[in-house]
Design a protein around this ligand. Structure first.
Ligand SMILES: [Zn+2]
Length: 467
C-alpha cells in the first residue's frame, strides 16, 4: 500500500541532509496549500489492484467488456463512494472497501458500476471535465511529491478536489439510469454465477444509515439515489436468482479480508487498528493490519515481528515480502530491503509496482554497482505500467548517477509528458536527450517524438493566446 502523499504518514527516514529535510517539508506544505480543501490521494498497491481485477473479471466478461481495458483507481477517502468515468475507469474509495463486510458486497457495487459503464451513463462527465483518465494534474503533483519526498513512494498521485467534487459529490445519476444499472448489475452477477445477496446487502446498509442519521451521509448514496422502491425492486430481482443462496468464494473472501486489513492499517489511526485487529487475532489479515499500525508508530521491531510471523506461514508470498521490504526501507534499512524485494519480484514478475519499489531501493542504496540492475528493472516497469511517473523519476536518477545525462533527460521528458507537464520543459529535456544520443537509435527517435509533440502543444497554446 502506498500513499499519494508519502510525506505525511510514512515520511522516509532515510538520512536526509538537514537542509534538504527542511526544504522537503516546506515544499510539501506548498503542495498541500495549493490544493483545494478536500484533496484526495490515489493509493496504489499491487495486491489490491490485482484483487480488484481478479474479482471483477467474471463481471466484465458477463458485461461484454474486455477485463484488461477497465482500470481501477483506489482513492484514499474515508467516505463510501465509487464512480465511473469515461474510458472505462472505476474509482473506488477506500471508505467503500472498509465499509464492505464481504467480497460479494464489493463485487455487487462493481457490478452496479459496470452497469453504468455499459449503459453509457457517462456523458455528463465528459462535457465538463475531460474524463479522469487525466489523472494528469495529479501525476504532475505526484512528480513534485515524489521529488520532495526524495525516497517517495511509487505511483504517487493526488486527485484534485475539483475533479472529485464533480465526479463523486455533485453528479447524480437519474432514476432511470439507476434502475438500469441495478438491473444490469444483477444480470452480470447472475451470468458470473455470483449471488446478489451482497449487492442487496450493501445497498440496504447504506439505506439503514440514511434512516439512522436522517440524511445521506455518503457520497455514494448521493450520487446513486437510494429509494425504498429501488431497494424493493432490487430485492425481488436478486432473490429470484438461482444462485442467490450461493456463498462467496472462500479464497476470494480470504483475499478480500487481507486487502481490507491492509487498507485499514494503512489509513486508520493505529489505536483504531489495534481495536479492530487485537493482538489475540493471529489471522493473516490481522497481522497485516498491525504491521502497518506498528510501522506508523515507527515501531520497527514489532512491525517486522508481525510480518515475519506471516512469512513463516507464507514464505513465498510476494505481497508479504513487499511489505516487509517497505517497512525495512522506510525505517532506513535499504540494504536489507533489496534482497527481499528481489525475491518478491522473482515470485511476481508481472507486478510492476513491486518492481518499482526494487528499482527505487537500488537507486536509494547509493551504490554505483546497483545502478545497471536498477535501470534494467525500471525499464521493464515502464513497459508494463504506463501510469507510473515515479518509475520514470527513479529511472532518470539511475541514468544521471551512471553519468548517462542524455537518457536522464529523456526520462525527464517522458515523466513530464506523462504527467502533462509544461511543454517548454518537455521540449528542453527532449532536445538535451537528442543532442547526446546517437542519431536514429530508438531512444533518439523517442526523444524526437516527444520534442515534436511538445512543439505542437506550444504552437496550439500560442494560437489560443492570440485568438
Ligand atoms: Zn448507480
Amino acid at each position: 500500500m502506498r500513499l499519494a502523499l508519502p510525506l505525511l504518514l510514512f515520511r522516509p527516514r532515510r538520512p536526509l541532509a538537514r537542509g534538504a529535510a527542511w526544504l522537503a517539508t516546506l515544499l510539501a506544505l506548498l503542495v498541500l496549500a495549493s490544493l483545494p480543501a478536500r484533496a484526495q490521494s490515489l493509493l496504489r498497491d499491487a495486491e489490491t489492484e490485482r484483487f480488484l481485477h481478479d474479482v471483477s473479471r467474471p463481471i466484465f466478461e458477463a458485461a461484454g467488456l474486455k477485463p484488461r481495458a477497465v482500470d481501477f483507481y483506489l482513492v484514499g477517502d474515508p467516505s463510501i463512494n465509487a464512480f465511473v468515468t469515461g474510458g472505462q475507469n472505476i474509482f473506488v474509495h477506500s471508505g467503500l472497501i472498509l465499509a464492505a463486510d464481504n467480497v460479494d458486497q464489493l463485487v455487487g457495487v462493481i457490478a452496479h458500476e459496470t452497469g453504468h459503464i455499459t449503459g453509457g451513463h457517462l456523458v455528463r462527465f465528459d462535457d465538463g471535465i475531460k474524463g479522469a483518465r487525466n489523472i494528469s494534474i495529479l501525476s504532475m503533483l505526484a512528480g513534485v511529491a515524489a521529488m520532495v519526498a526524495g525516497a517517495g513512494d511509487a505511483g504517487v498521485a493526488i486527485l484534485s478536489a475539483g475533479q472529485s467534487a464533480a465526479q463523486g459529490n455533485f453528479l447524480a445519476y437519474s432514476r432511470v439510469q439507476e434502475a438500469a444499472a441495478d438491473q444490469a448489475g444483477a444480470d452480470f452477477l447472475d451470468r458470473a454465477g455470483i449471488s446478489g445477496e451482497g449487492y442487496l446487502g450493501f445497498f440496504r446498509k447504506l439505506q439503514e444509515q440514511e434512516f439512522r442519521y436522517g440524511y445521506t451521509m455518503d457520497a455514494y448514496a448521493r450520487s446513486h439515489p437510494l429509494t425504498g422502491d429501488r431497494i424493493a425492486k432490487l430485492e425481488e430481482r436478486v432473490k429470484a436468482s438461482p444462485v442467490y443462496a450461493k456463498p462467496a468464494d472462500p479464497a476470494l473472501q480470504e483475499r478480500f479480508l487481507r486487502i481490507k486489513a491492509k487498507l485499514a492499517g494503512y489509513v486508520n489511526d493505529p489505536g483504531l487498528t489495534f481495536q479492530q485487529y487485537p493482538p489475540s487475532d493471529t489471522s493473516p489479515a490481522a497481522r497485516l493490519a498491525r504491521t502497518y499500525a506498528y510501522h506508523k508508530q515507527a515501531n520497527r521491531e514489532k512491525a517486522v515481528a508481525e510480518i515475519d510471523a506471516l512469512l513463516a506461514v507464507y514464505p513465498d508470498d510476494p505481497y508479504v515480502l513487499e511489505i516487509k521490504a517497505q517497512v525495512l526501507m522506510e525505517s532506513g534499512d535499504v540494504i536489507n530491503a533489496i534482497p527481499t524485494l528481489r525475491r518478491a519480484v522473482a515470485l511476481a514478475p508481472a507486478e510492476p509496482l513491486i518492481a518499482t519499489t526494487l528499482g527505487h531501493a537500488l537507486v536509494a542504496s547509493e551504490n554505483a554497482a546497483d545502478l545497471p540492475e536498477a535501470i534494467a528493472i525500471l525499464r521493464r516497469v515502464i513497459a508494463l505500467d504506463d501510469e507510473n511517473p515515479f518509475a520514470w523519476y527513479q529511472l532518470g536518477m539511475a541514468y544521471s548517477r551512471s553519468g548517462d545525462e542524455p537518457r536522464a533527460a529523456l526520462a525527464t521528458a517522458e515523466r513530464l509528458s506523462m504527467s502533462q507537464g509544461n511543454a517548454r520543459d518537455i521540449a528542453q529535456s527532449a532536445q538535451v536527450a537528442m543532442r547526446g544520443l546517437p542519431q536514429g537509435t530508438p531512444d533518439w527517435i523517442r526523444a524526437q517524438d516527444l520534442l515534436l509533440i511538445a512543439q505542437e502543444t506550444l504552437k496550439t497554446q500560442q494560437g489560443r493566446r492570440r485568438g
